[in-house]
Design a protein around this ligand. Sequence first.
Ligand SMILES: [Zn+2]
Length: 389
Amino acid sequence: MRRINKTWIGKHWLTGQAIMVTAQDGSVQTVQETDQPAQRWIAPGLIDVQLNGIGGYDLNDTDLTIETVKKVVEVLHRGGVTRFCPTVVTGSKERMLHCIRTIANACDVDPKVAHAVIGIHVEGPFIASEDGPRGAHNLKWVRDPDWEEFLEWHEAAQGRICKVTLAPEKPGAIAFIERLHQLGIVASIGHTAASEEHIQAAVRAGATMSTHLGNGAHPYIKRHPNYIWAQLAEDRLWAGLIPDGFHLPMSTLKVMIRTKGSKAILTSDAVNLAGMPPGRYTTHINDDVILEDNGFLHLASTPDILAGSATPLHLGIQKVAVSGIASLGEAITMATKHPAELLGLDQEGIGTIQPGSPADLIIYDQHPDGSWTILVTVSNGETVYEYSN
Ligand SMILES: [Zn+2]
């Protein structure tokens, strides 16, 4: 079925120049400057490389269903996210396999889900055991790297695993990273208490990313050297950064963004409680968590241990813009172009708007204080969300 030509006009997210974008069959055909007046802005659809759930829908539920995966995609479209890495975290082997299999099955049966899911991110269970680096992951299910278990995930995912977060100091982790690298899967360093030497060995083995750099860490560490400086200084590592204002103080976020430059990636790490009312909740990966009025989400037992983010990606981007760390357009680039480059999707024109790119777009209003309102989300040439107030 051929879809008719579609046209959008908006101000380019970085330059402010009005552009006209045409698309056919879900693919961008032309991008041209235009003299037509444009009030609204246009940018590529957002890419979230780490998402555990959102809007009450939990991708790590023991009873995860295809319907829930579809709902997650719908909620993401409202926030301008057109591509994401559903994240399956530390848990029993059975629960992890169930979630991985269900996400893969959802891709099989629903073209919208298949378009949105870049690949599955498995975060843990091969992470540090100690409090702090382990974050909110349940100690009961933390284990040593096991390639046989990975192969079971790989099969359940039908080859859709695109990223694994692990701690390089775990026994066998470096060989594990080498194997991931050979399969073209991103090995990401995270939830780690690694020495500088372990970080460097991981990078030599092919690790290309730091998962939520600065989080999944001890509340107090030796000032230097430490695993945060080591990853910050390593130019070969992209860094996932959570810009919700709680995971990192804005001053730390600013320094990390400046240091990582074109390898700084904004990600939500949102959990199912994102968008839910404040209160005390029980989750599958730990005991109780508390969602404060201001969106701060932490373990009930240990208020300085964060339990994932309750801030969707578009609001994190807004925090970066409002704080003055970057312009809104630059912050959008950290959640479009940069993650696309990490995942090799830039080859397909994903993460930008150019002829041949998939027609994944957002149209938005930009307000004087740096905040924004997403008005339209287009996925694969189809309007999948329109703002109404
Ligand atoms: Zn984490």
